[in-house]
Design a binder for this molecule. Structure first.
Ligand SMILES: [Zn+2]
Length: 165
């Protein structure tokens, strides 16, 4: 028997420590939250993907009364990106989220964003990893008001993922 550790390199930073292109991507993810349709969870998520040609594709969570029929922001963005730019590498994804649940009314919009980095669900990780396996690493930027995480790849968020394709 042998044991081994799986580790992930995570950079913790503030957005203003990142290059301008990354700050722009974070802002695009934050802006995408405004197009979220989240009447059930009231948790508004936005994702922005920078494509290999520099284009930015965004998505937001889209819920449905039949709950499993809804879709996360990350997959909305990735599937849209692959539909509009088939075969093009996705280089980075930024994710941001806010909610007014358990928060006082009347705060500035910015202050409703999650203070901690928001991280994609397992299904989104698996979906993004498939594009990563095809076209190379997708850097991940997880925005939080108090700190932001940057990871070198989606795989670092989902070790031992399913890659039999
Ligand atoms: Zn998800």
């Amino acid at each position: 028997m042998r044991e081994f550790k799986v580790t992930a390199l995570i950079k913790e930073c503030q957005p203003d420590e990142l290059p301008e292109a990354d700050r722009t991507l974070i802002e695009a993810a934050k802006e995408a939250t405004r197009r979220s349709y989240a009447p059930y969870s009231k948790f508004n998520v936005g994702a922005a993907i920078r494509m290999a040609d520099g284009s930015i594709v965004t998505g937001s969570n889209q819920e449905n009364a039949a709950y499993p029929s809804g879709m996360c922001a990350e997959r909305t963005a990735a599937f849209y990106a692959s539909s509009v730019y088939p075969g093009m590498a996705m280089k980075k994804i930024a994710i941001a989220a806010w909610t007014k649940l358990d928060r006082p009314e009347g705060l500035p919009y910015e202050e409703y964003f999650q203070s901690e980095p928001i991280s994609p669900c397992g299904g989104c990780r698996q979906s993004l990893i498939e594009y990563e396996a095809l076209y190379g690493p997708i850097e991940v930027i997880l925005y939080g008001r108090e700190k932001t995480y940057v990871l070198p790849s989606v795989k670092s968020l989902l070790p031992l993922c399913f890659t039999e394709f």
